[in-house]
Design a protein around this ligand. Structure first.
Ligand code: TTJ
Length: 648
């Protein structure tokens, strides 16, 4: 069998490859930053970036990206020159195989004719190969189609000519991420589309076609206007308006240090600055020296312009922040030897770039200002306005406060019936089990100070689920969103929107179960709220006792018996009427208000962790919470001292 011989012929090479790529499979995180969703998508960008490089260098005009029906296999194809299939000059194997099986640092394929290279800051397509269960390379070159297949980085066939009479040239890579490496190999079409859109903006003449086979959907990305058009997109995204008609644009083919630069920017009415930067077409989320250079240049150029035109106002101090307020910029630097730093290597670190970018930009931008006096005027007016607004600091601070209060509200869960007060010290949040109880509570509440959040779906057991699952749970995330204070390490009690967080559950075992699950969650993720005394349990009555023209409410059987005895003492022949509530849902709103919601009449339990239990609470909680629900509620209630009774 030809395959068998091919495989045999490859034994020697396979061992070598295995050794070469072994570190990648052993510690994938070192090469792609992690094995979660982001790492997984890095594979796509690595392959796409190779094709984009071919386009950036002027050899390809179209890239096709297909996400296949299985949602994890991807094909990336370009119409470039095609990776060379001949034997590599120094190694004894084809160049294609060198590229796909050796870890090459620096991003340049052995000093090939690439001027710049993207990719995972140069770790290369061999990493993708190593982390793919299967990878197929197809090359169209010299009228023929060549093909080679790999599994987990190891060639399983030779590079062979599949057929002749092939028109055009190009490279096609199909790969399927390895399920042994990634927690989940499902790719996100939306995420890929967003990234491809940006690539298309950065290469105006490039056409990228994305096919989502699962959806039977085809999307084309082509932005002739390049990074100037990208500004329009960013302005629309920020829902703001431009304050100048003509954006600034510059392209510098030969920057000092052998780099190339493309930059567009514009001022808008937005309250912040937005700089979107790239190195070799790859996003530098954390900025770096190139961004710093741009910032320096903007400040200096504007200051110089204001001074030479004497439009400044003597008493008005203009800061760098005032100057950059509302500015939207796209900066793409091409560099043969970029150095990155930071946790995710998304920050450019070449120190000389600050001065090179800043200097080159400043010269051109000053020319632009002088050549467009009307534009310059509106820019300067915008900046002076920003400085004045800042100086009128009190008003500004208040405005920001109001804004953040508004945006705060925008994030609130849809099911929350919020209170109108924004003063946390008088605000209460009732977390209510079920929609019908939620309905009664909404009608019976004091709208000014009492908010109602009904829980419908299942509340997750935070003790058994991982953090990720917990955060994905809709009911729990609604609670967190309503509270507004964040959770875990990011929790900020100062942002808590209600100083009473009250669990309102049915007085039955289901209700106890939910209360327990919620308290487990609070204990694990919102403990400062318990420590701060913000968490309460409401006590809805289980019985209504009517006798001698009086109505009494009983929390449980014991309570009911006490009331009954008291009535009989008064009048042994009294006619006693008893009603047991099946659930909060069937209680009239007015009854709920009178017994449970009204601060004048209700009794709340404050949840506290007792001093002596503190040391081993960790243990107790995980012991109890991990298992069955029933003993847990009694644990909470058994610690009667934990839950001190308060009249509030
Ligand atoms: C190398 O120098 C000679 C001409 O071809 C150059 C090259 O490598 N071109 C190239 C690589 N075009 N396209 C690629 C490529 C495309 C994909 C989709 C994936 C990879 C790993 C490379």
């Amino acid at each position: 069998m030809p395959t068998a011989t091919a495989e045999k012929a490859y034994t020697g090479a396979s061992i070598q490859v295995l050794e070469g790529l072994e570190p990648v499979r052993k510690r994938p995180g070192m090469y792609i930053g992690g094995t979660g969703k982001t790492g997984l998508h890095h594979l796509v960008w690595e392959i796409v970036d190779n094709a984009v490089d071919e386009a950036t260098n002027g050899y390809a005009s179209q890239i096709d990206v297909t996400l296949h029906k299985d949602g994890t296999t991807v094909t990336v194809s370009d119409n470039g020159r095609g990776i060379p299939v001949d034997k590599h000059p120094t190694k004894k194997i084809p160049t294609l195989e060198v590229i796909l099986t050796t870890l090459h640092a620096g991003g340049k394929f052995d000093g090939s004719n690439y001027l710049t290279s993207g990719g995972l800051h140069g770790v290369g397509s061999s990493v993708v190969n190593a982390l793919s269960e299967e990878l197929t390379a197809e090359i169209r070159r010299d009228g023929s189609l060549y093909e080679q297949r790999y599994a987990r980085g190891v060639p399983v066939t030779k590079l062979k000519k599949v057929r002749g009479g092939v028109r055009g040239t190009g490279t096609t890579i199909t790969f399927r991420p390895d399920t042994e490496i990634f927690e989940n190999t499902d790719l996100d079409a939306e995420r890929i589309k967003e990234g491809l859109d940006v690539k298309a903006y950065l290469n105006g003449s490039l056409r990228i076609v994305f096919k989502d086979e699962a959806k039977g959907e085809k999307t084309e990305f082509h932005h002739e206007g390049g990074i100037v058009e990208y500004l329009d997109h960013l302005i629309a995204e920020a829902e703001t308006r431009r304050i100048q008609d003509d954006p600034f644009f510059m392209q510098q083919e030969k920057l000092e240090g052998g780099a190339r630069l493309e930059l567009s920017f514009i001022w808008t009415e937005a309250p912040k600055e937005r700089i979107v930067s790239f190195v070799n077409g790859i996003p530098t989320k954390d900025g770096g020296t190139h961004e710093q250079g741009l910032k320096d240049g903007v400040t200096k150029a504007v200051r110089n312009y204001i001074e030479t035109h004497e439009i400044g106002q003597r008493k008005l101090e203009i800061t760098a922040d005032d100057i950059r307020e509302g500015m939207v910029a796209v900066l793409n630097l091409y560099h043969t030897d970029p150095q990155f730093q930071g946790q995710t290597k998304e920050k450019l670190n070449n120190p000389e770039m600050r001065g090179f970018v800043g200097g080159a930009f400043r010269v051109e931008f000053e020319q632009f200002l002088n050549a467009h006096p009307t534009v310059a005027e509106s820019i300067v007016a915008r900046i002076i306005q920003a400085a004045k607004a800042r100086q009128a600091s009190r008003a500004a601070v208040q405005q920001v406060r109001r804004k953040s209060a508004v945006s705060h509200r925008l994030n609130l869960p849809g099911k929350l019936a919020d209170c109108s007060s924004t003063d946390p010290s008088e605000s209460e949040l009732f977390i209510v089990e079920g929609d019908s109880a939620g309905g009664s509570a909404k009608q019976g509440r004091d709208r000014r100070t009492q908010a109602i959040l009904p829980l419908r779906g299942k509340v997750l057991n935070a003790e058994q689920a991982g953090r990720k699952k917990v955060l994905e749970n809709k009911e729990l995330s609604n609670v967190v969103d309503a509270l507004g204070c964040g959770l875990g390490e990011d929790l900020d009690v100062n942002k808590l929107r209600y100083h009473k967080v009250i669990l309102l559950m049915d007085a039955d075992s289901d209700g106890h179960h939910i209360a327990t699950l919620l308290l487990t969650f609070f204990f694990r993720y919102l403990k400062p709220l318990i420590d701060g005394g913000y968490v309460y349990i409401a006590q809805p009555p289980l019985f209504r006792v009517d006798a001698l023209k009086e109505t009494h409410w009983a929390l449980d059987e014991g309570d009911r018996d006490k009331i009954e005895n008291a009535i009989k003492k008064k009048n042994p022949r009294a006619n006693i009427e008893m009603q047991r509530f099946k659930g909060l849902g069937e209680m009239m709103p007015a009854t709920l208000k009178e017994t449970t919601l009204d601060p004048e009449k209700r009794r709340l339990l404050r949840v506290v962790i007792p001093e002596d239990a503190k040391i081993d609470t960790e243990m107790t909680i995980s012991d109890l919470m991990g298992k069955d629900a029933a003993p847990r509620y009694s644990f909470i209630m058994d610690h009667a001292a934990d839950v001190e009774e308060l009249d509030v």
